[in-house]
Design a binder for this molecule. Structure first.
Ligand SMILES: [Zn+2]
Length: 471
């Protein structure tokens, strides 16, 4: 196989719809592809696919190698761009050495992983038995990896092809859990003579709650809650901010009623100046704004105080760095969102991550305790295990040796502070020896996602070398 082959297959994949939760077309395409190539394949109940290639003559005694990628992609497009992810091919261009989708996500995360597997499956270079696993709904909760049954694959060594930096080999990831709080509240009338204001903190960078948690970015929910916690001369009408549980909150708005609204607005402006100064190097666009609006009723004040108190008290950010791997966040928590899913209920969504299970459990308990003490019902769910780095791994040794021989330099060996499906496999396939690597991608999960073509040559060469020399 060559990197051209991989790229050509990926270009075909860009034509096939594969939004998380709607993987039907790509699942079917993979099965037809296996049939057309005379390869054995199977599909499990949740629609994970396994395509099997038997060992080449003379390679029968080589242990089975598992290669793995995910079928789904994040489907995001620029506002106003006419595009239907359920049928339209991804519009991409090749420029300046990159393959780019300007107005949509490209889906190289993880279409390039699928393409690399298929290129190896159709390659006529001699190699041992391969099991290529394609999971579903990785992006929305790793449902495919989570639901996979023991025995779906039999190999004891797995290469995950869902990483985003050529030259980096990943040997560990964080586990995580979600902790959500539900506050039920009554309503009260807005005091006579009050003015209603909407206070907004917007235009923060946001980012991924794992990868970006150590970048000192502003959490707008936290910033607004801290302001409200310090003031008393208002009634809370509503508070909404953040979005996805795996993102840092980019904007937050609170509607409040106050008899001294002008003073409150001036205080908010002054507070905004201080916060903007504190974040001047990391959050140049951060914005504070106030506008008058209207409201019929407010959250009953006892509950409002408890909700704001909990938002201000609950921790956000890095809790502990790894003592073993320089620069790796070991444990962190994200105050992700506050919303009102129905009248009379305010929900706070958070998530915790750690590569050390005991620290994860302790942090979840701490966050849940703050919410419970404030009178909320707490829901802890979707716990997923981490993958603890094993510096003695055989596949790591193989990859490092190949990398040195091919390129005459050392790869970086890292762990990430985010989830990978590898953590989930480890639960069901104990003792599995794993590694994760891929070509260089930038801007994944957002319009403008791009793939560096030069990194494809090295990615393909390394994968081919490791697979063909595996013993
Ligand atoms: Zn991915």
């Amino acid at each position: 196989m060559t990197s051209e082959t991989v790229l050509d297959i990926f270009k075909e994949i860009t034509r096939i719809p594969r939004e998380s939760g709607h993987e039907g077309p790509i699942t079917e395409w993979l099965c037809k592809w296996a049939e057309a190539h005379g390869l054995e394949y199977k599909v499990d109940d949740i629609h994970n696919v396994c395509i099997i290639k038997n060992a080449a003559p003379g390679k029968e005694n080589v242990p089975t190698l598992v290669l793995q990628a995910h079928q789904d992609m994040v489907c995001e497009k620029n506002e106003g761009f006419e595009f239907d992810f359920s049928k339209d091919p991804i519009p991409y261009v090749i420029e300046d050495g990159w393959m780019v989708a300007k107005d949509t996500t490209l889906g190289a995360d993880d279409g390039i992983g699928i393409a690399a597997c298929l290129a190896l499956l159709e390659s006529d270079r001699p190699m041992g038995r391969l099991e290529c696993i394609f999971t579903i709904s990785e992006e929305t909760g790793m449902d495919g990896a989570d639901a996979m049954q023991e025995g779906f694959f039999t190999g004891k060594t797995l290469i995950n092809l869902d990483s985003e930096d050529e030259g980096q080999l990943f040997i560990g990831c964080a586990g995580g859990e979600h902790t959500d709080a539900y506050f039920e509240h009554g309503f009260e009338n807005i005091a006579e003579g009050s003015k209603v204001l909407e206070l907004s903190v917007t235009d923060a960078l946001g980012g991924h709650s794992g990868d970006d948690i150590n970048k000192l970015r502003a959490n707008t929910v936290k910033i607004l809650a801290d302001f409200l916690e310090r003031n008393e001369s208002f009634q809370l009408v509503s508070i909404n901010g953040g979005g996805k549980s795996n993102a840092i909150a980019r904007e937050c708005k609170a509607v409040v009623a106050s008899p001294c609204a002008d003073v409150l607005a001036a205080d908010f402006e002054a507070y905004g100046k201080l916060v903007r100064a504190a974040y001047s190097s990391t959050e140049p666009a951060l914005r504070f704004s106030v506008r008058e609006c209207e409201a019929a009723r407010a959250v009953e004040s006892g509950a409002a105080g408890r909700i704001i108190g909990a938002l201000a008290e609950v921790p956000h950010g890095v809790v502990k760095m790894s003592p073993d791997i320089t620069g790796l966040v070991q444990t962190s928590t994200n105050l992700a969102a506050v919303s009102s899913p129905e009248p009379g209920v305010i929900k706070i969504a958070t998530s915790q991550r750690s590569s050390v299970e005991a620290e994860l459990d302790a942090l979840v308990e701490k966050v849940a305790g703050i919410f419970r003490n404030a009178g909320a019902r707490v829901d802890c769910y979707s716990k997923y295990p981490g993958w603890k780095p094993d510096l003695k791994s055989k596949i790591l040794k193989d990859c490092v040796e190949s990398y040195r021989r091919l390129f005459g330099e050392e790869p970086l060996v890292l762990a990430i502070h985010a989830g990978l499906e590898c953590g989930l496999f480890l639960e069901k396939f104990p003792g599995l020896d794993m590694i994760s690597f891929g070509p260089t991608l930038r801007g994944v999960h957002a319009p403008g996602e791009k793939l560096e073509l030069a990194s494809m040559d090295r990615f393909e060469a390394l994968l081919d070398d490791v697979v063909c020399n595996f013993k």
